[in-house]
Design a binder for this molecule. Structure first.
Ligand code: A2H
Length: 254
């Protein structure tokens, strides 16, 4: 992809009740690690994503090796494999995630996750990430999709998006010189502007993402948390430092 390493933050999401497939880890604290480039958005997490048809869905061998060489395993450079887990065995896990007011949040299936970047676990901030917004709407609106992946209604339906960042948003077709409208649900507004129909609607999602990320990062202002009122660009490293300090996250590059 790009030049130079990508700096991620790995968010620790603690599994509150181990599923049958993870019983051999009973008695241990088990976390999923979600790679994000936007630590300041963790106030808006509503769920977590895994790839349901993946055979080995946690971390993946590539990420595990990278982590071993960044001091994130007990023995530097060494990966000790404990077990392999299928993505679909991870759907519906109740998790405790940092900064979001929702607890638990659940792991849900997302079909567009790449196992070639991050850990394969993605945290979902549907207020500010169009991929997350649309994947969540697909599950909320399509009972057949929930059924296909064994997703219970109560993992998806009860909660709303959490507004966290205010953004001056201007639609592409706005008249010349019109004032931008303030929104605190930029991903929803962008998916509506570009008429994204599903999480597989790749081309339209590219447009929605380009717009949301650029506006959010350069013009967004936090509306929640310890850095409320601060520009996103400044809040980003502060929230990251806070999560590292509180042992809720790791730094990770690849
Ligand atoms: B970001 P890059 Cl609110 N497959 O986190 C697909 N997407 C993945 C992934 C994978 N294996 N691993 C991480 N990601 C997502 C939050 C967020 C993110 C917001 C806004 C923008 C944004 C909440 N989801 O990313 O291709 C994660 O989503 C903008 C690109 O490695 C991660 O950060 O550069 C981002 O993609 C990493 O993307």
């Amino acid at each position: 992809e790009g030049v130079g390493p990508q700096e991620y933050v790995l968010i620790k999401m603690e599994i509150l009740t181990l599923p049958p497939a993870l019983q051999q880890l009973e008695g241990k604290k088990v976390v999923l690690l979600a790679a994000t480039l936007r630590p300041e958005t963790m106030y808006g997490q509503t769920n977590c994503w895994v790839l349901p048809h993946e055979k080995d869905a946690i971390v993946g061998e590539r990420a595990a090796r990278n982590m071993a060489f960044q001091g994130l395993t007990p023995e530097f450079g060494e990966v000790r494999e404990v077990m392999r887990v299928r993505g679909r065995d991870l759907v519906g896990l109740p998790l405790r995630a940092p900064l979001t007011k929702l607890c638990p949040i659940y792991t849900l299936p997302m079909l567009t996750i790449s196992m070639k970047k991050g850990t394969g676990v993605v945290t979902s901030v549907p207020s500010d990430a169009p991929d997350d917004y649309q994947a969540l709407m697909d599950l909320k609106n399509k009972p057949a999709l929930r059924e296909k992946y064994g997703v219970k209604d109560e993992w998806v339906l009860p909660f709303d998006l959490i507004p966290i960042i205010e953004i001056p948003y201007k639609r592409d077709d706005a008249p010349e010189g019109a004032e931008p409208e303030l929104t605190d649900l930029a991903a929803k507004v962008a998916c509506e502007e570009y008429k994204v129909a599903s999480q597989n609607d790749k081309e339209k999602l590219v447009l929605a993402k380009a717009k949301t990320y650029k506006l959010g990062f350069y013009e967004g202002k936090m509306t929640i948390g310890d850095f409320k009122g601060m520009p996103v660009q400044e809040a980003k490293n502060r929230v990251k430092a806070q999560m590292l300090e509180e042992n809720n996250a790791y730094s990770y590059a690849e």
